[in-house]
Design a protein around this ligand. Structure first.
Ligand SMILES: NC(=O)c1ccc[n+]([C@@H]2O[C@H](COP(=O)([O-])OP(=O)(O)OC[C@H]3O[C@@H](n4cnc5c(N)ncnc54)[C@H](O)[C@@H]3O)[C@@H](O)[C@H]2O)c1
Ligand SMILES: [Fe+2]
Length: 370
C-alpha cells in the first residue's frame, strides 16, 4: 500500500509586507523567528504582534531542553503562531503549537499525548528541510545523546508561505547545507519502498531544480546562488512533499548520531553519509530502482547513467567540500556506538531503505568516511 497527500495550504508572496497585509497580523499572533530575520523583513509590518526570538534560547539546532525553556516563555492569549526561519525555528514551532504540561523529552519518547492548540503558519527562510510540508519535528534529545524525528499528524502546519526574498540573506554555508539536505530528501524518498508515481514526480522535479542550480554555480561561481533562490526554495518544498509521503532512510538515520553527539549541522552530516550509503546500496542491489535514479541523474548531469553517482558526489564537493569524520572530532571508538544507536533508535527511518543494511554495513559506511 502506498498513499499520497499534500497537507498545508501553500501561499506565495513577493515580500513579507504582502503576506502581512493578507494575514492581518494582530496581538493574538506570535511571530517565532530570529532577530536578524525579524529586523530587516518583519519589524515594520509586525504591529501589535508578539515576538519571540529562538536564538535567545541557545545556538544551533533544536534540543528538548531548548524547547522546554521556550514553552515556559510562551506569551498568554496567543491563537496563531507564525514561524519564520529555517528547520530549527519551524520544528520548534511545531512543538509549540501543542499544549499541556509535559517535558518535550517525554513527548519524543511517546510517554505523553499532546493536543494541538494553536494554528501554525510556516515561512521557511532556508532552502532545505521542506519542514513546512511535513508532520515531522526533529530534535536533539540531550540525555539520549542523539537526534530523533517525531512524526505526528497534528504537527502538519496549517499554511506554508513561500517568499524567496527572505531566503537571500542566508549565509552561503547554510544555503549549501540546507539545499544538500533537500537534494537528499528527494533522492532518499525516490528509492524508498513507500515511493509512488506522485512522490517520484516531486522527487524528480526537486532533483532537476537543485542539480541544475548546482551546475549553474559550478559554471558561474557559488556566490551566484541567490539568483536561483526561488528555484531552491521551491525544490526544498517539493522534496518535503516527496519525503513527507515516502520517507527518508539510511542517510538520515546514520547522520543523526553525528548531529546529536558532535552538533554537525543536519545537511552537512547528511552529506557526510550520502555517497557512502548510496555506494553501499548499489553494491548490495546493483539492479533495481537505483538504476532509474542513475538514469535520471545522468540525464540531469549530462553523464552516462553508470557514472552519475560519482558525478553527483563531485558536484556536491563543489557546493560544500566533503570532510572526514575525524576532522569534526569524532573518535574511532564512537563508530560502533553510533551504529548501535542507529539500530536501536532509528527504525522508523531504516524501514525506508532501498535495501536492508546490517550493523556491519553501517560500520563500513562510518569507517569509509572516518
Ligand atoms: N521537520 C522536518 O521535516 C525536517 C527535515 C529535515 C531537517 N530538519 C531539521 O531542521 C534543522 C536544520 O534546518 P536548516 O537546515 O533549515 O537550518 P537552521 O534552521 O538550523 O538554520 C541554519 C542557520 O541559518 C540561519 N538562518 C536561517 N534563515 C536565515 C536567513 N534567511 N538569513 C540569515 N540567516 C538565516 C539560522 O539562524 C541558523 O543559524 C535540523 O534540526 C534538522 O534536523 C527537519
Ligand atoms: Fe533532512
Amino acid at each position: 500500500m502506498s498513499s499520497f497527500s499534500i497537507h498545508p495550504v501553500i501561499e506565495q508572496y513577493e515580500s513579507f509586507e504582502d503576506y502581512a497585509a493578507v494575514a492581518k497580523l494582530c496581538e493574538k499572533d506570535l511571530l517565532f523567528t530570529n532577530e536578524f530575520i525579524y529586523e530587516p523583513f518583519m519589524k515594520a509590518y509586525a504591529g501589535e504582534t508578539k515576538v519571540l526570538f529562538q536564538e535567545r534560547y541557545g545556538r544551533g539546532e533544536p534540543s528538548d531542553e531548548m524547547m522546554d525553556a521556550i514553552r515556559k516563555d510562551m506569551p498568554e492569549g496567543i491563537e496563531r503562531i507564525i514561524a519564520v526561519g529555517g528547520g530549527t525555528v519551524i520544528d520548534i514551532a511545531k512543538i509549540l503549537s501543542h499544549g499541556g504540561d509535559w517535558a518535550v523529552e517525554d513527548l519524543y519518547l511517546g510517554k505523553v499525548v499532546a493536543p494541538k492548540v494553536h494554528e501554525l503558519v510556516v515561512i521557511p527562510t532556508t532552502c532545505g528541510t521542506g519542514s513546512e510540508m511535513t508532520n515531522v519535528a526533529v530534535s536533539a534529545l540531550v540525555k539520549q545523546n542523539t537526534k530523533k524525528g517525531l512524526a505526528l499528524d497534528s504537527m502538519y502546519p496549517d499554511r506554508a508561505v513561500l517568499i524567496p526574498e527572505m531566503v537571500k540573506t542566508l549565509p552561503y554555508k547554510f544555503f549549501a547545507t540546507s539545499s544538500i539536505d533537500a537534494m537528499i530528501h528527494a533522492a532518499e524518498s525516490y528509492l524508498s519502498p513507500k515511493a509512488n508515481a506522485f512522490t517520484e514526480m516531486f522527487s524528480e522535479r526537486a532533483l532537476e531544480l537543485i542539480l541544475s542550480g548546482y551546475r549553474f554555480l559550478e559554471a558561474e561561481g557559488t556566490e551566484k546562488w541567490t539568483e536561483r533562490a526561488g528555484d531552491f526554495l521551491l525544490a526544498s518544498n517539493y522534496a518535503g512533499i516527496a519525503f513527507g509521503n515516502a520517507g527518508v532512510g539510511a542517510v538520515h538515520a546514520l547522520s543523526y548520531p553525528l548531529g546529536g553527539a558532535y552538533h554537525i549541522p543536519h545537511g552537512e552530516s547528511n552529506m557526510l553519509m550520502f555517497s557512502e550509503v548510496f555506494r553501499k546500496y548499489k553494491e548490495k542491489k546493483p539492479v533495481g530502482k537505483i538504476n532509474q535514479l542513475e538514469e535520471m541523474l545522468g540525464r540531469i548531469l549530462g553523464v552516462p547513467a553508470e557514472a552519475s553517482l560519482d558525478a553527483l558526489a563531485d558536484l556536491l564537493n563543489v557546493v560544500l567540500p566533503l570532510n572526514k569524520l575525524h576532522e569534526y572530532g569524532v573518535k574511532e571508538s564512537d563508530l560502533p556506538v553510533f551504529t548501535e544507536s542507529v539500530i536501536t533508535g532509528q527504525q522508523r527511518l531504516l524501514n525506508n531503505n532501498y535495501v536492508e543494511l546490517t550493523a556491519e554495513d553501517m560500520m563500513a559506511i562510518y569507517t569509509a568516511r572516518f
